[in-house]
Design a protein around this ligand. Structure first.
Ligand code: NDP
Ligand code: MG
Length: 394
């Protein structure tokens, strides 16, 4: 079997590093075509030394020149490119077989869509891209014949528990409900009145998963589960009422599918993203991911609870946005990105995050979506609306 060429968008991040870890175990199957990074140039340099990609891509031209000099000096033939067009090029290049979409946030939308439109096998970690552009994104998948494989652990679990022909409709294949598990994050049991005072460091200290800062804050607010609910509706063509969120603090059951005959199928595993990454890379085969075997005796207990809407208002905001349709999910996502950054920068308190998102949803009427420009416009307007809220507070 000839090796598959892979582009890793967001290589310097948490998912990117886990992806390269899995790839390094299977150099007989995979070769790295391109790696992208944004601010962590030293990490990208080291990754280039280890994986010798054809291209490295960064955003800033000066950083690109600096990285090119270092790589040339080290004797590498890797070419360093820069800018959004370069990201789209290394995602759609005809030599590329697989694209790992692991840039965080809206910045990942254009290159992920480029990979989809080029009909690649797309490993989707960047849930924000799908949330923003849902119908357009899925239409592009159908038009190009791209193979979309979910990396988000819950969606990867659901995919593993679905029958192969689930695309013909959940009703047709006997699926009653999707049960989306959520850890509840670090603030699951904190007294409600203390939430306003929590620090970014506390929010980023997830009890079970080690992840980038943005998704860690999203997990603490449960906006992550809101985004995942929307993601599940698009990926599996489900209605929101068919997706139930269940808090499961141990993060061992990664999600479940409930069938009309009463069978409930679940996927379990240690909380380590290399499992869904290896699954999506090799599907329909299986390869070693480096993740240790699940020790059920050590796990001992599996608890399940209903999410508390008072503690986690973001979940309801996500349902509201999906129900509103059109650009509402792009508005939700953009306002959340601004709010999370403002919280990380200590400009607002943790409990201001849902307030800012609700403000943007109240102010901006959702518009129908027929092309990407409308999504990008809604994204920009929601960012401005959220920034205005921040400005008015000063
Ligand atoms: P990280 O913050 O660790 O990594 C983000 C990556 O995106 C980095 O490579 C970063 O570059 C790059 N990046 C950031 N901003 C830009 C930009 N403006 N333009 C181009 N590249 C940019 O995030 P994670 O790896 O944790 O998450 C990545 C995606 O995967 C997110 O969408 C997240 O929701 C999703 N995901 C993550 C999971 C996890 O366990 N981590 C689980 C499920 C989904 P640099 O670091 O060099 O600045
Ligand atoms: Mg997840």
């Amino acid at each position: 079997m000839s090796r598959q060429w892979i582009t890793v968008l967001g290589a310097t991040g948490s998912i990117g590093a886990s992806t390269l870890d899995v790839i390094a175990r299977h150099t007989d199957r995979y070769a790295v075509f391109a790696l992208s990074g944004h601010s962590r140039m030293d990490v990208l340099y080291q990754q280039c030394i280890s994986h010798q990609p054809v291209f490295a891509v960064v955003c800033d031209p000066a950083q690109a020149a600096g990285l090119q000099d270092r790589l040339t000096l080290a004797g590498l033939s890797t070419r360093v490119l820069h800018g959004p067009e370069a990201l789209a090029e290394v995602s759609s290049d005809q030599r590329v077989d697989v694209v790992m979409a692991a840039i965080v946030g809206a910045a990942g939308l254009a290159p992920t869509l480029a990979a989809v439109r080029a009909g690649k096998r797309v490993l989707l970690a960047n849930k924000e891209a799908l949330v923003m552009s849902g119908a357009l994104f899925m239409q592009a998948v159908r038009d190009s014949g791209a193979r979309l494989l979910p990396i988000d652990s819950e969606h990867n679990a659901i995919f593993q528990c679905m029958p192969v022909d689930y695309a013909s409709g959940l009703g047709k294949v006997g699926v009653r409900r999707i049960l989306l598990t959520a850890s509840g994050g670090p603030f699951r049991e904190m007294a409600l009145e203390e939430l306003a005072q929590v620090t970014p460091a506390q929010a980023c200290a997830h009890p079970n998963w080690s992840m980038g800062q943005k998704i860690s804050v999203d997990s603490a607010s449960m906006m992550n589960k809101g985004l995942e609910l929307i993601e599940a509706c698009w990926l599996f063509d489900a209605r929101p009422e068919q997706v139930e969120v269940v808090v499961h603090p141990q993060s061992v059951v990664h999600s479940l599918v409930d069938y009309v005959d009463g069978s409930v199928l679940a996927q379990l595993g240690n909380p380590d993203m290399r499992t869904p990454i290896a699954h999506a890379l090799a599907w329909p085969e299986r390869i070693d991911s480096g993740v240790s075997a699940l020790d059920l005796l050590l796990t001992a207990r599996l608890d399940f609870q209903a999410p508390d809407p008072q503690r986690f208002p973001c979940l309801e905001l996500a349902r509201r946005a999906f129900d509103a349709g059109g650009t509402a999910c792009a508005i939700l996502n953009a306002a959340n990105e601004i709010a999370v950054q403002a919280f990380l920068d200590q400009r607002i308190g943790f409990t201001d995050i849902p307030v800012i998102i609700e403000h943007a949803l109240d102010r901006l009427a959702p518009q129908p979506v027929t092309e990407l420009a409308q999504v990008l416009l809604a994204d920009r307007q929601a960012r401005e609306c959220a920034e205005q809220w921040l400005g008015n507070r000063r």
